[in-house]
Design a protein around this ligand. Structure first.
Ligand code: GUN
Ligand code: FE
Length: 453
């Protein structure tokens, strides 16, 4: 049974952090933590992975929203509105994934980079292409990243170009079903699950949306899509469906306990209530929202209404592949929403009072919040949870005295991928040079989820 001896820091509940400077964490052969105790005076066994003095161990990061095929244009084309960005840059790039070699090269490099950046669980949109979408799932299994992967459905000729579109609603549904079956058949797949993935309402016909909702129920599959992302997108759905994205998705059977909604910046109180009732979750993507959303997501309002929320990079709508860049952006944008931004307005009318979140909330969102949205037993160091972890070593941190809060705030605000020394998923070291605990573990994501439901 692998044993880790480390300085651990996590947030079991939002707003509360816990640090055990010298903890002994026992992990079983399935990657599950069996016990977490302060290291006593007895010497631990000789084969303990002793991480003391090498940094602090935090739970692995959960990125709820990534467009894997957009990785090559990370940081580019952020100066145009969403609807132009899709047609001019994004659809032409995504169309290239009909080339399996191109897909293999990009996806391999991307998963490696995300693991090095501490992303132990990733929720991916792939493209409309079944073969290269399956390749992404296989690469996650090979490299040991926990993931949800979706083959994208988009069939509406009114909004999708001829060169990058499902032939019709039937094809969109059938290809999705086949993809889910293929992912479930990947050998030794203990980590990756397939999702039903309508791109967003504007890209899909009513027939496809309804069929995909039915398919998700029949196959017991999770769902991911975009929701009320920008003024244009929100208005488009309002005009076409006569209701908000949230209510329209619900009418198609696409708002379930297993749905991840990206962005959701324009949801109102009624939308939030319905999302909470259905148990769906939100991928808050603050950096992407800065460029494409036209407004700041009312994060604190959603949290106070007990809507489940985690964080997403939205590669490449957001310019960073590093989730902690979004954790700090979540703090910053919540502060700007609270204070307002126009200095020529009276202070009392400038912002939305009580909108700010703190660094502790951002840490919780990046770990437990994401775990909760996915119903996955990750996100903290506790018995019954999977050992998904990242070793962080901030340079010069010990040149001043610091509290546990100081340490965490510094990690949230200033850590870079270079400060992450190693990453583990299910007890297996998947990035960095701590390969001693290298092993593979069998338990399907869907098994975990079903156990928790
Ligand atoms: N809405 C539909 N497709 C996309 C996408 O690829 N990125 C973002 N940010 N929004 C979308
Ligand atoms: Fe997106």
């Amino acid at each position: 049974m692998p044993l880790f001896r480390a300085d651990i820091l996590h947030s079991p509940e939002r707003g509360r952090i816990e640090r055990i400077p010298d903890a002994l964490v026992s992990v079983d052969d399935t990657g599950m933590i069996t016990s977490v105790v302060p290291c006593g005076t007895d010497a631990p066994p000789r084969d303990t992975n002793d991480l003391r003095g090498q940094g602090v161990l935090i739970p692995g990061l959960v990125d709820l929203h990534i467009h894997a095929p957009q990785f090559p244009q990370l940081g580019m084309a952020l100066d145009v509105p969403l609807e132009d960005w899709l047609l001019k840059y994004t659809f032409p790039l995504e169309a290239r994934y009909s080339d399996l070699d191109f897909a293999t090269e990009v996806y391999g490099a991307m998963v490696r980079r995300l693991l090095a950046g501490g992303t132990t669980t990733a929720v991916y949109f792939a493209t409309i292409h079944p073969a290269s979408s399956l390749r992404l799932a296989e690469i996650c299994v090979e490299q040991g990243q926990r993931a949800l992967v979706g083959r994208v459905a988009m069939d509406d000729p009114a909004s999708c170009p001829d060169y990058y579109r499902d032939a019709d609603a039937k094809a969109a549904i059938q290809d999705t079903a086949d993809f889910i079956t293929a992912v479930r058949a990947i050998p030794n797949n203990t980590l990756v699950e397939a999702t039903v993935t309508p791109r967003f309402i504007p890209a899909c016909s009513d027939e496809a949306l309804a069929g995909l909702g039915k398919l998700a129920a029949e196959m017991g599959a999770p769902i991911q899509t975009h929701c009320s992302e920008s003024d244009w997108e929100h208005q488009f759905v309002q005009t076409r469906c006569g209701m908000s994205d949230t209510f329209a998705l619900d009418s198609f059977g696409l708002l379930t306990r297993r749905t991840v909604l990206a962005h959701a910046g324009f949801i109102d109180d009624e939308d939030m209530d319905l999302i909470r009732e259905r148990g769906a979750g939100i991928a808050h993507c603050p950096l992407s929202n800065t460029f494409f959303a036209n407004a700041a997501f009312p994060l604190r309002r959603a949290l106070e209404k007990s809507v489940r929320v985690g964080l997403g990079t939205d590669i490449s709508g957001g310019p960073s592949a590093f989730l902690l860049d979004n954790a700090r952006a979540a703090v910053a944008t919540s502060r700007m929403l609270e204070t307002g931004t126009d200095p020529y307005k009276e202070q009392s009318t400038r912002g939305v009072p009580e909108s700010r979140i703190e660094f502790r909330d951002a840490f919780w969102l990046a770990t437990m919040g994401g775990a909760d949205v996915l119903d996955l037993p990750v996100g903290q160091f506790a018995g019954g949870r999977q050992f998904d972890a990242v070793l962080v070593d901030l340079p010069e941190i010990d040149l001043v005295p610091f509290s546990d809060d100081d340490l965490l705030q510094a990690i949230i605000m200033r850590a870079t991928p270079a400060d992450l020394k190693a990453t583990w998923v299910a007890g297996r070291c998947v990035s960095g040079d701590h390969q001693r605990s290298d092993r593979r573990f069998p338990t399907l994501i869907s098994d975990y989820s079903q156990r928790l439901l």
